[in-house]
Ligand binder design. Sequence first.
Ligand SMILES: [Zn+2]
Length: 553
Amino acid sequence: MTDSAEARVLIIGWDGATFDLITPWVQQGRLPHTARLIAKGAQRQLLSTIPTLSPPAWTSLITGKNPGGHGTFDFVRRQPGTYELQTVRNHLPSLGTLFHWVSQSGKKVGVLNVPFTYPPEPVNGFMVSGLGASPQWEFTYPVELRHELLAQGYAIDFPIAYRQGNDQAYLEAVLTTTRRQADIALRLMRTRAWDLFMMVFTGIDQVLSFLWHHFDPTHPRHDPALAFLGEGVLTLHQLLDTILGEMMEVAGESATVVLVSDHGMGPLYQEVFLNNWLRSRGYLVTREMPRPATSYQRIMRRLGITREGIWRRIGRARTQAIKNRLPMSWQRLVPTEHPSLADHVDWERTRAYSFGNIGQIYINLAGREPRGIVRPGAEYRAIVDALARDLYELTEPQTGERLVDAIYLREELYDGPFVEQAPDLNIIMRNYSYITQMRRELASHELIAPSTNMSGFHRREGIFIARGPAIAGGAYAPADITAVTPTILHLMGLPIPDDMDGQVMTDLCVPDFPPPRRLSAQVQSLAQSSAPALSAQEEEEMLKRLKDLGYLA
Ligand SMILES: [Zn+2]
């Protein structure tokens, strides 16, 4: 079935897993299989991409490339030639993935639920796309597998979205879906040939995003009466630990087992409205709202009567109930707080704008942006410098404390064919406990507000734990997320394409293991092309999913 049992590699992804939680639970004996993996294996922090978001992070993990090399920086991007928002899509065959190179060598791969792998890549084996795909689409390679999986009850996403108040039901849905995904994965592992099997579980990221305040008594939104809901965080880790044990058993003692996350997690406190700040400093200029333009609606907004304001006062569930009974024309009488950035900004007078999650700022650059006004070269440089200076002065209105820890310029982070699409500045505020989110701004002049939906958010420090015949145990210094793919290729005895940015983790290989071999990237005849666009209906469906996940207001 396989040419060498030693070379078999099982990669399990726990999206959002952090040593901050895992290490104490391992020490307390609550995660026995993870403990076994750590006891015999190597462990280190895995440093995620900037922006620290699942789409760029997983894409870097499976390609060995920085985001400038694969073109995915966020869940969303600017639709080419416009300032409109569009969901991202990878075109895996042109990226040179781990799965491509393993397939090329004649070895068999099985890939399940890795985020942002839609459309699935034709591999020597099978691939089931994860987050970012819909079960209505052809989300498997080969196509026939889709029917088999759906017949077994396979789900890509959790069946219900988190809403304040449905914590218990949400957690139950995550646990049930995770268990079912794992059962189907175990069946595939037992019945199909594979040399490399990779499966990602997305529950930890989601549950920690929404339930963090329940188990963290220091979180401002913590309510001791609801602290029991926080126990679900451990329950989910224990379920994943059990599944890890089951998968290790199917893989066999001689297999290499790698447990990774795309980023860590920590508390989220505030949302910062960077576009409002840019407007207050004159970098961004807004137009009078083109729509709704009636004086009646202007008065409503001035009085603070908006759809979102009503929602905040009476709760989402009751708003929904009222909406269901009101005709659309009546609903439109109440203006929204979320005007589209593309429509609301006066681009001819705007030099910089924020787009996307966490703290990305783009310069309105002539020649790149459709209505760019900043000339490349000295003028661009001067604005970037001024912005960085002003951003470091940004303070929290109540305490006067500085918000910005670090600012990364595009050339510090990215290299490769997609650099043009990268944010010009990435801002990290209070170690990710303050973030910017799309579209919750511009209708007000607020600078900062407590986050209402999510209470946890990403941190750069993810996990990497590995055990296998070629791996020397111990604790190692942090490595970059791009190191995973070249390291797996090396452990499988394969050469490393020289267009990968990541370095092989030679430090954790046993002393007599041969040194890495390089493969000239010229060997690949991979066309640099972009993924096919989604239909309007598919795009709509994706935007709705991203809202459910908390990444769009
Ligand atoms: Zn993630």
